[in-house]
Design a protein around this ligand. Sequence first.
Ligand code: IMP
Length: 432
Amino acid sequence: MPAYGIVGAQWGDEGKGKVVDFLAEKADMVVRFSGGSNAGHTVINDQGKFALHLVPSGIFWPHADAVIGPGVVVNPGTLLDELRGLQERGVATDRLYVSDHAHVVMPYHIQLDLLEEEARGAKAIGTTGRGIGPAYVDKIARIGIRIGDLLDADYLRGRLEAAVRQKNQVLTKIYGAEPIDFDQLFDECIEHGEALRSYVTSVESRIEVALAKGANILLEGAQGAMLDLDHGTYPYVTSSSVSIGGACTGLGIPPSEVRGIVGVFKAYSTRVGAGPLTAELDDEVGSKIRELAWEYGTTTGRPRRVGWFDGVAARYSASINGFTSCVLTRLDVLDGISPVKVCVAYEVDGKRLTSFPSRLRVQERCQPVWEELPGWTAPTAGITDRAQLPAEALAYVARIEELVRCPVDVISTGPKREESIVVRPILPDRAG
Ligand code: IMP
């Protein structure tokens, strides 16, 4: 029965790739439920260092199926490149399954993403430019092309003709751009469909069978709850439901099957792109953290904005996700920094707020209320036993648990799989 959601709890880049790779030792299936190649999941294990964008981070365990669910938007070229890269490095990809219902990110989505950003000017969102927003727009508008459509030339032709007709109007009349060459795109789609054919399936039924067998399923989120389309800092969000609700709709998994919801928090905050980040550090401590932790985007290489841990946003994230466990990553980055601060409230118009404000225009004016905690000098990097953590680091973790109101069950002390402290196991052992 059990499915476990692994959700980014802040603004993405919390280290979900490492966490999923680590937890997948006990998983029979790892399923991506939302987003697309805007995600960049870094995994370092005994097979090497990998940057995944679409392939679930469970791919490295031979006992686990890796599944791309219906809620994901898939750029077939990117997926094929990623699979080739894995195969060249000896990673087996024969247990990958791609939902026939997942929508395709087309070249025109990427083109529109870039044109729309340019048109936003100073109000640009800072998207990853991977065509994610426009692909989800087409899904909602019911003119999207699904992965399964790439396997049926007749059906694809009709669907693609309608989509290209509409896109060419927008490209030529609104943006003055060149129209899409239908024949070339159609041929490319057929080629991608053939190359992906062996991976494409109805994943809903695979998941149903796995649940009936009592398999452990990890629901791998992308991005973070503060970028959720409905609950994040709209319009500075991504275009999908990245919170736990998105796992159920994005996979066709009943909420009653979700036994645990794991919020992945980084020990401090980062955000790429525009939008409010109240606990932002615009000083040398922020720059030090950025360089120490190499806080640059895995997908775009952009420098990430850095801040202290934001307890107000964290509590909000916990409330919309119902976390049953937290994983705290990158604790080691704070080694040697003293004092450390956490944002425990916001101040706006002389008022103190302890709950996350609903309106962007209020969020943008909030000032952080800091609490200082003593830092630690003894390194936590690479520690695998909680008892060896310095007392100040333990106090820091305890303060975060209080603010989030959820226990930290795993602490990550480095990028490698084994650099992890299990305080309380999150997944039961596999049924075998
Ligand atoms: P989009 O998802 O490319 O449309 O970008 C929308 C916003 O989400 C931008 O601020 C991006 O920087 C941010 N974003 C998208 N994917 C990620 C991610 O994987 N990590 C962090 N930020 C992301």
